[in-house]
Design a protein around this ligand. Structure first.
Ligand SMILES: Nc1ncnc2c1ncn2[C@@H]1O[C@H](COP(=O)(O)OP(=O)(O)OP(=O)(O)O)[C@@H](O)[C@H]1O
Ligand SMILES: [Mg+2]
Length: 220
């Protein structure tokens, strides 16, 4: 299945809506082990993303993702915004100039995004960060796509892996970011960045699943 620009735009728009809806929830998670701004940061960032995407929404996937990354870097301070910004900038660069995005291209772009996050934030798995949701999810997507599974299935499995990774942050002690200042007191709380990353991957899975389903209905 080739991924269309409209589907990529649909993902970003859907995620912006989810972040707006879950702003208080994300901020509440961050209030427990950080400074209580993660939902506010992400919502400010993704509202800017929507504004910046409007004039380029018909452009290629690389442009959409790079525009998203630049909007996040330009509008969100702290750790989370620049890390998400890096994710989208690198993912967009991986799709640069591609008129058609294949399943493997999309997974490659997610991998490039994750690589950027790790290079920038230096988090290892189990440090209780967004990497704990992103890494197992993207790894699972790669495994499914390499085995020839349809992209929809690969992304649904990836979202499930992200959800598991997000929940698995609860018993961990934070070793990166502001939450690490709490030491053992960070144990027992779900990481906000892992939660927003899970929501991002679930939104991706849902937005890529919804278009073919509509198409099926239209032709049946
Ligand atoms: N070095 C890092 N690598 C990967 N993710 C990180 C790192 N530091 C923080 N994070 C993620 O960022 C989230 C916090 O994002 P938020 O938008 O609240 O930024 P912040 O308040 O500036 O962050 P910080 O907690 O680092 O001060 C954390 O829950 C964690 O998932
Ligand atoms: Mg914070």
């Amino acid at each position: 299945m080739a991924v269309t620009t409209a589907q990529i735009y649909g993902w970003l728009e859907r995620y912006a809506g989810i972040v707006a809806e879950q702003k208080k929830y994300l901020t509440g998670l961050d209030a427990a082990i950080g400074d209580g701004d993660h939902g506010i940061n992400m919502d400010r960032g993704f509202q800017t993303v929507l504004v910046k995407l409007a004039p380029v929404r018909d452009k290629d996937a690389g442009t959409l993702l790079k525009t998203t990354g630049m909007a996040l870097v330009g509008s969100v301070g702290g750790a989370g915004g620049p890390l998400y910004g890096t994710f989208f900038l690198r993912a967009g660069a991986a799709l640069d100039g591609k008129a058609e995005v294949s399943d493997k291209d999309l997974v490659g772009a997610l991998e490039a995004g994750l690589k950027g996050v790790v290079e920038r934030g230096k988090a290892n798995r189990n440090d209780k960060t967004m990497v704990d949701a992103l890494a197992p999810a993207i790894e699972r997507a790669r495994q499914y796509v390499d085995e020839g599974a349809p992209l929809e299935e690969a992304l649904a499995a990836a979202a499930d892996a992200a959800e598991e990774g997000m929940k698995a942050t609860i018993p961990l002690k934070a070793l990166k970011g502001r939450a690490s200042y709490l030491g053992d007191r960070s144990i027992g709380h779900q990481d906000p960045g892992a939660t927003s990353s899970y929501l991002m991957l679930r939104a991706l899975s849902d937005s890529l699943a919804s278009v073919p389903q509509q198409a099926k209905t239209a032709t049946s």
